[in-house]
Ligand binder design. Sequence first.
Ligand SMILES: Nc1ncnc2c1ncn2[C@@H]1O[C@H](COP(=O)(O)OP(=O)(O)OP(=O)(O)O)[C@@H](O)[C@H]1O
Length: 290
Amino acid sequence: MSDTALEADGLRMSYGATEVLREVTFQARRGEVLTLLGPNGAGKTTTIEILEGFRTRSGGRVQVLGADPARGDERWRARLGIVLQSWRDHAKWRVRELLAHQGSYYERPWDIDELMAAVGLTEHAGKQVRRLSGGQRRRLDVAIGIVGRPELLFLDEPTAGFDPQARRDFHDLVLALAAAGDTTILLTTHDLAEAEKLADRILILDGGAIVADGTAEELARRFVGEDEVRWTLDGQRHVKSVQDGTRFVFDLFTRHGGAVSGLEVRSSSLEDTYLSLVRRAESEREGASR
Ligand SMILES: Nc1ncnc2c1ncn2[C@@H]1O[C@H](COP(=O)(O)OP(=O)(O)OP(=O)(O)O)[C@@H](O)[C@H]1O
């Protein structure tokens, strides 16, 4: 079995004359958790829908669990977990019935009670889907996505609308799936803390291409790479961006000793990295179109 769960190579997609994806290239190894970040309209959902086989690409090569998704059959599809936006068509079904029914399509479904406990729906087992709150509905979407114990799970903004507890529970669930070994997960989010917490690797999609690919620390080091140091000396507040915060602070104290107060050192966060990358991509586009 190949170690690569999915691969996109020069993936392109246009809607009519509008080119949305122009050069999307990345891979996921089996068991990896990847987070796809990018501004609104960057093409994250489009990318995921192409990988799921729901959308036909305009060009490039794509392999998902060894097959081209444009030609994936039922057996291939059964190995994927897909979290769709919402199961509105099933409004009259009760939670437990719907999950048992969805599970019956698979060879080795989760035990339904265990699954409901894992997504925090046990107390709503007998409720009709239409009576669930938005967040409970979303938990159900996630449960339906994983009921068949997929090898590869696609989650498009899975925690949008979750309360903090549901979000934390969901993170625990993803981390448990990842720790159990061979589920590969690709998720999109606008929550950078979530991306940092869950992802083995972060991909940033912007201007139709992957502009960054690595762990949160790697991205911070590669693209921002500076620490911000703030301190007070002789009643005056100072702020400086430096390559190596520890070294700078050492020198500061060597020179001024106890006269330094109010020291703060901040290494660049994923948010700094993300914003700096997106701004850079934007200014390159502006430069190119001038
Ligand atoms: N069916 C469609 N027909 C035409 N244009 C589309 C279609 N679906 C998406 N688009 C356009 O393609 C671009 C990418 O959309 P997509 O939904 O993939 O972005 P996204 O990164 O998921 O955005 P968001 O973060 O807002 O969910 C957008 O400009 C969108 O307007």
